[in-house]
Design a protein around this ligand. Structure first.
Ligand SMILES: Nc1nc2c(ncn2[C@@H]2O[C@H](COP(=O)(O)OP(=O)(O)OP(=O)(O)O)[C@@H](O)[C@H]2O)c(=O)[nH]1
Ligand SMILES: [Mg+2]
Length: 179
């Protein structure tokens, strides 16, 4: 009985978060998720549709929705942001060619998330692959993504390297602060 009550108590009082990971294909979402969950990058294959991973950090159960970034999957991004806790938008900062597409998709997603939710959902923009050279600096990325145009959604940019585990602690701290 005691066990039952404590399980019930845990079910009610455990903090839970739904984290939606989006960004163009090859930006590093699945690699980042592996590093966040286990501390180690893994060899990835392109995500087909989506993959879900649950991780527990400081007593918070984080359910991560890692959605494929290929063009055919991008139409689904908005649907997953409905009712989610936070959005992680991953950008490959070494890919100068694709950043205009990332900008277009990011703004489409912000419009859709602002329409589909009563409260704006905080967005963490991850400037990934800072280990590569050359790569866009944070201010350049902010300009190229036209982030100043975002009005309701709170956003922040963090430079990271998922494969080299750089900046990952900051990502985890941010997530924990949003719970
Ligand atoms: N140099 C470098 N390569 C990275 C980094 N993060 C990921 N990669 C590489 O980028 C490639 C794509 O990584 P994924 O994590 O599969 O990308 P994704 O965003 O999940 O791609 P989709 O599932 O197709 O949307 C892999 O070869 C990774 O090893 C990074 O920080 N630096
Ligand atoms: Mg993937």
């Amino acid at each position: 009985m005691g066990q039952f009550i404590s399980s019930l108590f845990a079910a009610f009082y455990t903090k839970k978060m739904d984290i939606v990971l989006v960004g163009l294909e090859n930006s590093g979402k699945s690699t980042l998720l592996s590093v966040l969950a286990t501390g180690e990058p893994v060899e990835t294959v392109p995500t087909i549709g989506l993959s879900v991973k649950v991780m527990k950090k400081q007593g918070i159960t984080m359910k991560c929705w890692d959605i494929g970034g290929q063009e055919k999957f991008r139409g689904e991004w908005g649907r997953y942001t409905e009712g989610c806790s936070v959005i992680l938008f991953v950008v490959d900062v070494a890919d100068y060619e694709k950043v205009p597409i990332a900008k277009k998709e990011l703004h489409k997603l912000v419009i859709s998330a602002e329409r589909g939710n009563t409260q704006p959902i905080p967005m963490l923009i991850l400037a990934n692959k800072i280990d590569k050279s050359p790569h866009m600096a944070e201010t350049e990325l902010i300009k190229k993504l036209a982030l100043e145009k975002i009005q309701m959604t709170p956003w922040i940019v963090m430079p990271i390297s998922a494969v080299q585990s750089v900046g990952i602690e900051n990502v985890l701290d941010w997530l924990i602060n949003q719970s």
